[in-house]
Design a protein around this ligand. Sequence first.
Ligand code: AAQ
Length: 375
Amino acid sequence: MTDPLDFSFTVSATDGQARTGHIAMPRGNIRTPAFMPVGTAATVKAMYPEQVRDLGADVVLGNTYHLMLRPGAERMARLGGLHRFMRWDGPILTDSGGFQVMSLSALRKIDEEGVTFRSHIDGTAHRMSPERSIEIQGLLGSDIQMQLDECVRLPAERPEIEKAMHLSLRWAERCRVAFGEQPGKAMFGIVQGGDVPELRVESARALTDLGLKGYAIGGLAVGEPQAVMLAMIETVEPHLPSTKPRYLMGVGTPDDLMQSVMRGIDMFDCVMPTRAGRHGLAYTRHGRINLRNARHAEDTRPLDEASDCPAARDYSRAYLHHLVRSDEILGMMLLTWNNLAYYQALMAGMRAAIAAGRLADFVAETKDGWARAEA
Ligand SMILES: CNc1nc2c(CCNCc3ccccc3)c3nc(N)[nH]c(=O)c3cc2[nH]1
């Protein structure tokens, strides 16, 4: 029997490299494979937290970079932490902020000590060390904290990739020391190494030697073809402990999720379903539908009459087309709801398929449904 006050990962069934199970944490269990909706500024955009829970999400993502700038880590702690602030009582995973610094802030610099950057909100100067990133994640009340790392965009030259991977390893050690022992919480390391197999293996082995509670694969979904991403997963997977969760950061499309689960990934996060929803795109079992397209103007069918999500089942495509064309807020709300529901249904379908030893069939049936999409 695992200690209900601690973090534990149980694999209940496997199907090839794929695994299904759950992470037990004090704030609740995370069924795996899991898709984690992104809640950048303490909100899953256009969604009530109750809706996010009802559509099957067990864990949401918070963002250290955004929240340290606004409302501020110490202020969040004074307000009782991120769970109370956003009314999410399940586990929260926070990214460490390094990736967002490199993609959002101006005038940023990386050195041995950490990252120095200017806020994209008000231009104020900030410094984030591995220790400060872990401290901020603690002040937010994060349940699963990510190490501070350096993610290199691809394509990149080997020396740059190697330098960033080694820096990230040194930062992993510093984050582990700063995190210390926090029963019921976890700090995950992040495998780097770009598209260089031997650097990926070196990173995975060194992180495994640190004996962490979970391992993320970073440095992917940064512009490389899906084939390169999948090849790096295959390279890294044998060098990560099979008893710990694997989290593929920033991924991905429904096909990315299925291909990666088949290769042994347990956790995902991606802005795709929420961002696409705000831009009029619907993910469905018939494939992706762009509701801006005029062909929907008089289509009285819902997105998916078989769905148990009201956004997919109860509203006509004609209405959704009208809302999207009119830039109505309800359009963003309904399509975000539909997309997150679809992603969670896909994960639930994979969990059941793995338990039944039929993941390959499930993947084939899902892709067949997309292909048969109406003209
Ligand atoms: C989209 N492709 C992609 N995303 C990556 C991320 C961010 C993952 N999403 C975190 C998030 C949290 C809250 C709100 C919004 C996003 C990474 N994060 C880290 N730390 N390291 C990576 O290598 C790394 C690589 C990535 N590739």
